[in-house]
Design a protein around this ligand. Structure first.
Ligand SMILES: [Zn+2]
Ligand SMILES: [Zn+2]
Length: 150
């Protein structure tokens, strides 16, 4: 008999200067289609892994911070520029990591789409995940279900 070993997930930036880990499962994994996140990652969509701040710590390096709006901190590697994390005063107990920084991004699957109305129109997604007008937190109800087959 032994107690279940807590699962640990690691991630790092492109150059390896920043490494982190978190324990246990993330709270959620969401695609965000808002313009701010799009610009922060310079890509059509930003996919976040939300974890409790007390599950998370850096193993190596210290990211730089860009405060994109009051109360919003976006962390990135000062050497290679990889976006690493998002922290917002709306979610003081969470850190939102970017799924592309995980050692294994296939480990956790997305659970929904946030800010779906700001989606770039050619970025068409055919999945069954719920789509939210804004964020999925605070009991938000999806504006639509995915069009994919059941
Ligand atoms: Zn780096
Ligand atoms: Zn966003």
């Amino acid at each position: 008999m032994s107690t279940a070993k807590t699962d640990t997930t690691r991630g790092h930036c492109f150059c390896g200067a920043i490494e982190y880990e978190f324990s246990g499962a993330p709270k959620w994994v969401m695609h965000c289609h808002c313009e701010s996140c799009r610009r922060a990652v310079s890509s059509a969509v930003a996919t976040y892994v939300g974890v409790n701040i007390d599950q998370f710590h850096y193993l190596k390096g210290t990211p730089s911070i860009y405060e994109s709006s009051p109360g919003v901190k976006r962390y990135f590697c000062p050497t290679c520029g990889s976006p690493m994390a998002y922290a917002g005063s709306r979610w003081p107990k969470e850190v939102h990591l970017f799924i592309g920084t995980l050692d294994n991004p296939a480990k956790y699957s997305p659970t929904g789409h946030a800010h779906i109305e700001e989606r770039v129109n050619w970025f068409d997604v055919h999945d069954d995940l719920p789509r939210f007008k804004e964020t999925a937190g605070h009991g938000a109800t999806p504006v639509a279900k995915g069009p994919g087959k059941k």
